[in-house]
Write a protein that binds this ligand. Structure first.
Ligand code: ADP
Ligand code: MG
Length: 392
């Protein structure tokens, strides 16, 4: 069988069996193991992670799968069906910041971060397949890094605590892929639990599972991919981070987490005050969301989501026209709340919708996009699911 990119699993959902078949066709040998890591949705707590704040993500029921085996020559060979299927071979000893390009920076970065931390992993053949859309704000990059981290440590039989793996996967994305990301995505992918969100304190690393039983509440979380794409590596995300740092510095605090009262912000100039206000209020919204969930009042998340969106649009200035329209159209058609997700300037909107209104809400968003002559949005039902695991 040909080892090409157009075998089974090109479209639709990925399965471990299909990915393993592809591995066998590439290497004429069975794999030593199969691992999966999910993408994530952040329920609430946006642009708080790098401000030592609170976030409330959950792992998605969409995975990136890594099928692998060891190799003895110190080479990491990676292929991804989503990247055309061609092999990229990298000498582990030559991986360093600035030395790898393209999507292979993620698996290469993980190998580099693990080895730099003294964790004895070596060469491997890794074959990757995924049903996570890329650049849609569902953290396909973290899924790739986390699945690779599990695969390499699994292949070499080293046990690393999940919180350490999350930190190392983050280091990989920061140092080798050059993306100034926070810890949230990696924790969500590695620590997620079915029907739970993960309350994560980005200052201390403390985390706690919070029940999020959507089906019994008759609710759905709908991810609306607006079709516009973000690039975290572009200047605007970095600019927001710098603005937050400047605001903290001006206030004489280590991070904006220290802001607890709005009166604390009085000394800041207008733009910085607005940025800091978003962060402080967003932390409060995460706290309120957790209280609502603990009280079993899931629909109370709705107004919090919509308030988060308004704050990201007006104070933090990271929304984009398609997101504003998707929020307005969905909440106008039954959604109890909606907000943009992710870094901003593109990606997806998250809407909390009663089951009975889901069809109407989808149609309203699609109609609003058609009115603007924008490409049709796509929809995905987000189910809080299990974190990364070994499948075989
Ligand atoms: P997001 O994490 O929101 O999906 P990013 O821009 O952070 O968006 O990450 C997307 C990048 O991650 C892709 O450009 C690619 O480099 C890498 N990536 C994600 N999934 C895959 C995959 N299945 N195969 C190869 N590379 C992938
Ligand atoms: Mg990413």
């Amino acid at each position: 069988m040909e080892c090409g990119a157009d075998g089974p699993g090109v479209s639709g959902r990925v399965t471990a069996g299909q990915a393993a078949d592809w591995f066998r066709s590439c290497y004429q040998a069975p794999p030593a193991g199969i691992w999966r890591a999910p993408g994530r949705v952040n329920l609430i707590g946006e642009h708080t992670d790098y401000n030592d704040g609170l976030v409330l993500p959950f792992a998605l029921d969409r995975d990136l799968i890594v099928v692998g085996s060891r190799r003895a020559d110190g080479v990491l060979e990676v292929r991804s069906r989503q990247a055309g299927g061609a092999a990229r071979a990298l000498k582990l000893a030559a991986i360093a910041p600035g030395r790898v390009s393209g999507w292979a920076t993620y698996p290469a970065g993980v190998a580099w971060a693990l080895r730099s931390a003294g964790i004895a992993v070596g060469g491997a053949n890794l074959v990757i397949d995924s049903d996570l859309p890329q650049g849609a704000g569902l953290s396909s990059s973290a899924a790739l890094a986390c699945a690779t981290a599990l695969a390499l440590t699994g292949l070499y039989g080293v046990a690393v605590p999940r919180t350490d793996l999350a930190a190392l996967a983050r280091t990989a994305e920061q140092e080798i892929a050059g993306v100034p990301c926070g810890i949230m995505d990696f924790c969500a992918s590695l620590l997620g639990q079915p029907d739970h969100a993960l309350l994560l304190d980005c200052a201390s690393g403390a985390h706690e599972a919070v029940r999020l039983p959507l089906d019994p509440a008759g609710l759905r979380l709908l991810v609306i991919d607006t079709g516009t794409r973000h690039a975290l590596a572009d200047g605007r995300y970095a600019q927001r981070r710098q603005e937050c740092e400047r605001a903290a510095h001006t206030l004489g605090v280590r991070s904006l987490r220290a802001v607890t009262r709005e009166s604390d912000l009085a000394g800041l100039p207008g733009t910085l005050r607005a940025r800091a206000r978003h962060v402080a209020r967003e932390n409060d919204r995460v706290r309120a969301a957790v209280l609502a969930l603990r009280a079993g009042a899931i629909s109370e998340l709705g107004p919090l989501l919509t308030a988060s969106h308004a704050s990201l649009r007006d104070d933090f200035a990271v929304s984009w026209p398609q997101a504003d329209i998707a929020v307005a159209a969905s909440t106008g058609a039954g959604a109890v709340g909606a907000r943009m997700m992710g870094g901003g300037f593109g990606g997806s909107v998250l809407a909390l919708v009663p089951l009975a209104d889901e069809t109407t809400a989808r149609a309203a968003v699609a109609a609003a996009f058609a009115d603007h002559a924008w490409a049709a949005p796509s929809f995905l039902v987000a189910r809080p699911s299990a974190g990364a695991s070994r499948l075989a």
